[in-house]
Design a protein around this ligand. Sequence first.
Ligand code: NAP
Length: 146
Amino acid sequence: MTTAPGPRRVRADDRLSYGRVGAPRRRINGAGGAVGGFAVQLAHRAGAEVTATAGARSAQRMRSFDAAHVIDYAATPVVQAAKGPFDVVLNLAPTTPEHTDALAALTADGGVFVTATTAPATEPGREVRVVRMAARSATSLSWPTC
Ligand SMILES: NC(=O)c1ccc[n+]([C@@H]2O[C@H](COP(=O)([O-])OP(=O)(O)OC[C@H]3O[C@@H](n4cnc5c(N)ncnc54)[C@H](OP(=O)(O)O)[C@@H]3O)[C@@H](O)[C@H]2O)c1
C-alpha cells in the first residue's frame, strides 16, 4: 500500500485546485451524493470528460451537471461498466476493499486514485498514486496537491 499523504484542505471556491491535476478523463464513483455533485461540476469546469457513477434517481442531475457518461451502479457492476482507463478516479461511495480495488484498477498507468471512503486492499502498482481525501462540509473540500 502506498503511504498516502495527508489531505490538503482547500475551500470549494478554490475551484481551480481541482483542475490542477490536468487530466482529462475522470471517473467519479458515488457522484449522486452531495460531494459528488460538486466534484462532477468542478471536473467538468476544469475541462475533464466525466464518467459519473450514480443511482437512477441521480442520473438526470448528473447530466444536468454535464457528465459525459452516467453509469447506474445498481444496474451495472463496476468492472463491466468500465469505460476507462481514467486519468483520475474519485471514490465517494461506501465500497468494500475489494470493490475499491476494482475501482483503482480502472485508473490509468501513472494516474491518481482518490478515495474519501475505503482504501484499496492492495497496492494498485503501475505508478498509480493513491490519495485519501477528506470532505468536511458542503463548503469545504480537500484535494491533493498535484
Ligand atoms: N473522510 C472524510 O472526512 C469524509 C467526510 C465526509 C464524507 N465522507 C464520505 O465521503 C463520501 C461522500 O460524501 P457525501 O456526503 O457526498 O455522501 P452521500 O451524500 O451519502 O452520497 C454518496 C452517494 O453514493 C452513491 N452510492 C451509494 N452506493 C454506491 C455504490 N455502490 N456505487 C456508487 N455510488 C454509490 C449514492 O448515490 P445515489 O443517491 O445516486 O444512489 C449516494 O448518494 C461518503 O461516503 C462519506 O462517508 C468522508
